[in-house]
Write a protein that binds this ligand. Structure first.
Ligand code: SF4
Ligand code: SF4
Length: 96
């Protein structure tokens, strides 16, 4: 199993409280806010970490380039190159 899938399994098994803490830590590493595709609407509702949580609910609809391949989190977990644009196309696992 690859490192990303392992991390997702680990998160799945956490209590809701630990899951929230872990996701918030991961969100702080997400570089979506500096991406041209990211927008004010997504910022206002604090949407981040689309690779893990899935598509933007209703804020992001237009793709204007994706910074995921340069994201430190993506590089650590070996994602973001083959699949990206997680905000419009769904999570890493959904796209595989
Ligand atoms: S891979 Fe993309 S969506 Fe995932 S944390 Fe990095 S910038 Fe955010
Ligand atoms: S998932 Fe990719 S395209 Fe979407 S905002 Fe994040 S870096 Fe940009």
């Amino acid at each position: 199993m690859d490192k990303f899938k392992e991390k997702m399994n680990e998160i799945d098994q956490m209590s809701e409280e630990n899951k929230t803490i872990t996701l918030n830590q991961m969100k702080s590493d997400c570089i979506c806010p500096i991406c041209p595709t990211y927008n004010e609407c997504a910022k206002e509702v604090d949407e981040l970490l689309f690779c893990v949580t899935g598509k933007s609910e209703s804020c992001i609809t237009k793709e204007r380039g994706c910074m995921c391949p340069t994201c430190p989190f993506a590089q650590e977990y070996g994602i973001g190159v083959k699949y990206n644009f997680y905000c419009t196309r769904g999570t890493e696992l959904e796209q595989r």
